[in-house]
Ligand binder design. Structure first.
Ligand SMILES: [Zn+2]
Length: 392
């Protein structure tokens, strides 16, 4: 299949491709970029000047959570069959909105892994998933209701072994407490540096990367020096409050260990725009992270109350605002750089020969206006067109 008459952003450059305006797709992969004028194939499909970018990637979702349910314990009322149906519907809707890959960072019953497999087997046209299963947490710690409680290193390794038996793609650890769990505190570290480091090395020996949930600065520092792959949230909570305790030494460890930050800025953060104290604090932290050269990737924590699974395209402009990113920077953070950070850097996130043909087409150029992301014209996943949807 050859698609012609396109404007191409490859997921990497600062501007549209100056040379090529067509894409040849074969067996689900991008075969090569072409010049429409040289295409003689009568089966070529004229895309009418649409802009195409690589499929978007959300680095942090929870497919099992219903954003309309506030009480985490109430989430458990569904049977496995009901929940699988819901997860499938979410994954289909995400794809229709241009999200071709999402990394699931926790659930209790491994049902998102079952849906992942259905999608990978080509039985369901939906967002590709990579999944962590049950996060490792402390006793009564953040999201303990998912079943991953561990009192010490030995128990943590046995929680990990259970996830690996279930076929997870990566390991998630709760390095600090969180907001979702009554009784757990975002500021407090749940594991020390040595424990996280052992978990990381054990995970790597099973070809699994490690994502660490970290609000508090102490947990951020522990996870960064232990060499996790991504730090989720990175809220810099310390003695002085939310966002008040940025730690430059932890950032040096991030750089030394190639750790990416996944700040889970969802579309709802719009409500903080204009709240000058909050904005100044958050934007100041991002300014320092950016200046240091830490990779920032797009993520939403979809599934938590009020955060819908298909809203990444609405979150990206808000992420750009708070993180001080230009359009190409934030779009790299949602495509090529995100892919790199989650271990799929040679497979997705770029429009380049050999990469999966995950493509999103827009009437307007998102490099000029990130608002264009809200209304894809059509979406292709692994070489197959899916029905688009506008996002609300
Ligand atoms: Zn989460």
């Amino acid at each position: 299949m050859i698609l012609t008459n396109l404007q191409i952003w490859d997921g990497v450059a600062d501007q549209l491709d100056p040379e090529f305006d067509g894409v040849e797709v074969k067996a689900g992969k991008i075969q090569r970029l072409v010049k429409s004028a040289t295409v003689t194939d009568s089966a070529a499909r004229d895309m009418g000047g649409l802009t195409v970018i690589p499929g978007l990637i959300d680095a942090h979702v929870h497919m099992c959570l219903d954003p309309d349910i506030k009480d985490p314990f109430e989430q458990d009322k569904f049977t496995d069959a009901e929940l699988i149906k819901k997860i499938k519907a979410r994954a289909v809707q995400m794809l229709s909105c241009g999200i071709t890959t999402a990394r699931d960072l926790g659930g209790g019953r491994w049902l998102e892994l079952a849906v992942r497999d259905t999608i990978n087997q080509g039985e369901l046209m939906a967002t590709r998933l990579v999944c962590s299963g049950q996060p490792i947490t402390s006793i009564q710690g953040h999201c303990h209701f998912w079943g991953g409680e561990a009192a010490d290193l030995e128990e943590a390794l046995s929680v990990m072994a259970r996830q690996i038996e279930h076929g997870v793609d990566l390991i998630k650890i709760m390095a600090t407490g969180g907001n979702l769990t009554p009784g757990s505190t975002p500021r407090n570290a749940q594991f020390d540096r040595q424990t996280i480091a052992r978990i990381v090395s054990e995970a790597h020996s099973h070809n699994c990367l490690v994502a660490a949930h970290c609000h508090g600065t102490e947990g951020i520092a522990n996870a960064a020096s232990a060499g996790v792959t991504t730090i989720e949230h990175c809220s810099w909570v310390g003695a002085d409050g939310w966002g008040q305790n940025y730690d430059p030494n932890a950032v040096l460890d991030m750089l030394a260990n190639d750790v990416s930050v996944s700040p889970t800025i969802n579309a709802g953060w719009k409500r903080y725009i204009g709240n000058r104290d909050f904005e100044a604090r958050i934007m100041g932290n991002f300014e320092k992270l950016r200046a240091a050269g830490v990779r920032l990737i797009a993520s939403t924590d979809a599934g938590i109350p009020g955060v819908y699974h298909h809203h990444l395209p609405l979150a990206i402009p808000v992420f750009a605002h708070f993180a001080g990113l230009t359009a190409p920077q934030v779009l790299r953070g949602a495509t090529s750089e995100c892919a790199l950070a989650i271990g799929l850097g040679d497979q997705v996130g770029r429009i380049q020969a050999g990469y999966d043909a995950d493509l999103v087409f827009y009437a307007d150029d998102p490099l000029r206006d990130l608002g264009a992301l809200a209304t894809p014209v059509t979406v292709m996943a692994r070489g197959v067109f899916s029905d688009p949807a506008s996002i609300n």
